[in-house]
Design a protein around this ligand. Structure first.
Ligand code: ADP
Length: 217
């Protein structure tokens, strides 16, 4: 995988998890926090971590974040800090700045000072969880619009039939992208169309939410 450099300002709940996750994807991550304990804890996980007050433009400049592909700001409840930091990062020439916001008004101000992306991780996580609770078997919503979802279906009625015979695309407007054979742990992508399905096989299918609701598989 291509290695890219990321700066993270604020190594609290969100910043630290994001940094660890980026590292697990093999990326280079430099973190900054004004709390020495956070910097110490992060030094175990991140490529580099620095103690700095990020609202200090001079300190921010010394970090050379403008050389990085992306900087993420997650400084918790203080709107003032995240707004100032975003403003300075953009003034210093950072290409992409993503900021965690705490309210819609906060988002508006962040956009005015140049934030390229504003995120609400708690809201996003709540939406994802609500969707999974409301649609059993849902794996994910795909960012294709038109309520397109990826969902698991367990084979019962379709047992002994092949995907070719079932002709699901024409009959129901859905596509099978992977099959997990009963007793197996992993999905096989691009499943064979001529293998008879067995009761208990799991199909990962893409389709519109309406087409997939109450489908008797
Ligand atoms: P979040 O949900 O954004 O992760 P947290 O309160 O868990 O919120 O973490 C925010 C982090 O940002 C803390 O570790 C805090 O020390 C750090 N922080 C806040 N303001 C600044 C600042 N001006 N400069 C550097 N770090 C900051």
């Amino acid at each position: 995988m291509e290695k890219r450099e990321f700066g993270i300002i604020g190594l609290g709940k969100f910043g630290m998890s994001l940094g660890q996750s980026l590292r697990s994807h093999g990326q280079i991550v430099v973190g900054v926090d004004s709390d020495p304990d956070k910097v110490k804890a992060a030094s175990e996980f991140l490529t580099q971590s620095y103690l700095a007050e990020a609202t200090d433009k001079v300190a921010l400049k010394q970090l050379h974040f403008s050389d990085f592909g992306e900087v993420i700001v997650s400084t918790g409840k203080s709107m003032e800090a995240s707004v100032l930091i975003t403003l300075f990062l953009k003034e210093l020439g950072c290409r992409r700045v993503t900021v965690k916001a705490i309210s819609r008004d906060h988002e508006k101000v962040l956009r005015k000072v140049g934030a390229d992306e504003v995120i609400f991780p708690e809201r996003y996580a709540a939406d994802q969880l609500a969707a999974k609770l409301a649609v059993p078997g849902l794996i994910d919503y795909l960012p294709l619009g038109h309520n397109v979802i990826l969902k698991e279906l367990v084979v019962e009625r379709w047992a002994a039939k092949t995907l070719r015979e079932l002709n699901l695309t024409n009959s129901f407007g859905i596509q099978v992208v992977a099959v997990k054979t009963v007793g197996e742990k992993n999905f096989i992508f691009v499943p064979r169309a001529d293998r008879p399905l067995q009761r208990g096989d799991v199909l990962a299918v893409i389709g519109q939410g309406e087409s997939l609701a109450d489908l008797n598989s």
